[in-house]
Design a protein around this ligand. Sequence first.
Ligand code: ATP
Ligand code: MG
Length: 420
Amino acid sequence: MTIQIPRGTQDILPGEVEKWQWIEETAKKICQLYQYQEIRTPIFEQTELFQRGVGDTTDIVQKEMYSFQDRGGRDLTLRPEGTAAIVRSFTENKMFGLPNQPVKLYYLGPMFRYERPQSGRYRQFVQFGVEALGSMDPAIDAEVIALAMEFYRSLGLKRLKLVINSLGDRESRKAHRNALIQHFQPRINDFCSDCQERLEKNPLRILDCKKDREHELMASAPSILDFLNDDSSTYFKQVQHYLNAMNIEFVVDPTLVRGLDYYNHTAFEIMSEAEGFGAITTLCGGGRYNGLVKEMGGPDTPGIGFALSIERLIQALEAEAVPMENNKQMNAYIIALGEKAKDYSVALLQNLRRDGLSVERDYMDRKLKAQFKAAERLGAQYAVIIGDDELSSGVATVKNLVTGEQKEMALENLKEGLLD
Ligand code: ATP
Ligand code: MG
């Protein structure tokens, strides 16, 4: 038996990987425009980091983590998300003391969750996310949302839906929590065992249950928006005001609660409304997590961020049939005929490459015609033919593969000629 790829993972092959590179470059460009700096944290962390940082009652911690002991008996976990590790790093590296506040960071890399694989759901997937730590200005909430929307827009997605909600501050959440317990308690036996456990620990998460979403008590559940105190309500209105100022359309959905335990105030999701996108339509999720840094042992620092996966983004691009930009040009294919010319071509390719030209040659001992075919397949702009005659006269035959035009070019001036 040949060995196969692990379930829920994928190879990204040449031909497909260009799409990933384009997306990753776009993400980096957008972050530069919005002044978010890249941070790279380890692929594995202490298991406790996620238990505390993501929360014990979440699906991630309860069911989805790739946890293991290393040979030294340490409990480690492949990172299932980015925020907890960034908060750890922020605290550990005392970034709260940096002169530039808020600290605006982004990350791009693989995450691991033991989930049932299906369309848009992998066990290894790549997330792009940002975090802004240290500011309690509602304009930063709006900026983080705008960055995500602008990222999708600049890639060419049009059928997006932004949904926002407020989970309020601690006081508002507490009042809402009590109302939720009263609402669900009498009929909690109708609900799944996860929800029964959530009732005491974190009743808000019942609203996020995928199994019981059709239960009549879900639609009639008390809305968080009725429990926002003045501060929370003002904050939420400001965020909406700024989104309006940027002409970013949104809908308020009071049932939107995010999966992680530590969210408060702003919560948002971006969905794809493209036809044929499939059952899972959420592309991006984010929100504010003001208590988290303190919970993780740092000074009380507010924060907000989002995470989105490249896999679901690609699915949305495909559903909307967005054409992919491909400006990776190959300058020339060097066709060397005869031993001397072949010998010469080795150094020629190296020099042209050093001069910044993308060039290729034949390594399969192909005939002239097959080499031309190869040059066309690779999308070379020029074919450069060098035989023994050309070598001794110092002039190569250069064919423009786009126009078909053919001319002589001095080997010495090849670089300039090919860049012309
Ligand atoms: P879902 O409800 O779909 O499970 P989630 O709440 O677990 O999402 P987050 O933890 O907020 O998702 O992750 C942010 C984004 O990462 C999601 O909106 C989604 O685009 C993407 N994502 C989450 N899990 C996966 C996965 N297993 N494979 C691919 N992308 C994923
Ligand atoms: Mg999930």
